[in-house]
Design a binder for this molecule. Structure first.
Ligand SMILES: Nc1ncnc2c1ncn2[C@@H]1O[C@H](COP(=O)(O)OP(=O)(O)O)[C@@H](O)[C@H]1O
Ligand SMILES: Cc1ncsc1CCOP(=O)(O)O
Ligand SMILES: [Mg+2]
Length: 262
């Protein structure tokens, strides 16, 4: 894995355009900023072209989907194709809400997406696998996660991150796993959304989405793991607070010491 991409990201400070949800927008902006990129959020179709042109990569999060937003996403994804900007898609709750599944499936067929980042329930739903998602959460299921990630990547011709206690990453041929992290991530709503936009930031510094997915997952998981190592009494609020600090200060050397991936 190219750990030096973290230093490259901080040196280049790329602009990352986020179509965010209103629940976690502040966390996502701060996480992208803390890791060393420059976030911009927008919901307005009239400024879409200017923002796509200035951005190095785009995160599309459907957490609070509206009809107006679907039109915005279509416009932005069309512009991303025109200006050759990578898209990372977060299919929030597609395993639990049929409407979201249908919209997401159409968008994923209509436009090229570099990376889909969802929890295992969301990725299983997109891949057509049996799984019981629960709202925004992964829920429960017993499928083979490697197979689910790989087949879903093949279906949509992209890289997939199925996150969870292990993040499973596939581009349809290769498989990688990031084992770092902490169960505290589950107590902080927005952990997945932050991961998606941090992975998006890494697509700005490498042309290989499989590499961006791995390094993004590793850096984010290690930052959270280091929070808990240094502050063992954190709870949901303080974990989220310290996570921003650790995204800001974590170094390649820190990550090398605890990295657990294959
Ligand atoms: N039990 C766990 N142990 C370690 N890391 C976890 C655990 N659960 C989730 N994570 C981490 O939390 C982040 C968000 O993943 P996840 O909870 O799957 O997404 P979402 O918030 O979209 O449901 C990922 O970086 C993942 O590695
Ligand atoms: C609670 C909630 N409702 C709609 S979007 C959202 C946040 C989802 O955040 P994450 O998937 O990162 O936990
Ligand atoms: Mg999520």
């Amino acid at each position: 894995m190219q750990l030096e991409l973290l230093d490259k990201l901080r040196a280049e400070n790329p602009v990352i355009f986020n179509i965010a949800n209103f629940v976690t927008v502040q966390d996502v902006a701060n996480a992208v900023n803390a890791i060393g990129a420059s976030p911009i959020m927008s919901n307005e179709v009239a400024e879409a072209e200017e923002i796509v042109r200035m951005a190095s990569a785009i995160a599309v999060n459907i957490g609070c989907l509206t009809k107006e937003q679907i039109n915005h996403i279509k416009k932005v994804e069309d512009l991303a194709r025109q200006y050759n900007k990578p898209i990372v898609f977060d299919p929030v709750a597609v395993g639990a809400v049929e409407y979201r599944y249908k919209i997401t499936d159409k968008l994923l067929w209509a436009f090229h997406t570099s990376i889909i980042r969802g929890n295992i329930g969301e990725i299983a739903a997109l891949g057509g696998f049996d799984w019981s998602s629960k709202g925004i959460d992964a829920g429960s299921g017993s499928g083979d996660i490697d197979e689910i990630a790989m087949k879903t990547a093949q279906k949509y011709h992209c890289t997939v991150i199925a996150s969870g206690s292990t993040d499973t990453i596939s581009d349809g041929k290769r498989i990688a796993h990031v084992h770092n992290g902490s169960p505290l991530f589950k107590t902080h709503v927005g952990s997945g959304d932050m991961l998606t936009s941090i992975v998006t930031a890494f697509t700005a510094v490498t042309d290989d989405p499989f590499e961006a997915a791995q390094i993004g997952a590793l850096v984010f998981s290690c930052a959270g793991q280091l929070v808990v190592k240094d502050h063992p009494n954190v709870g949901p609020a303080t974990f989220g607070m310290y996570l921003m600090d650790y995204l800001y200060k974590v170094t390649v050397a820190d990550i090398k010491q605890i990295a657990d991936f294959d």
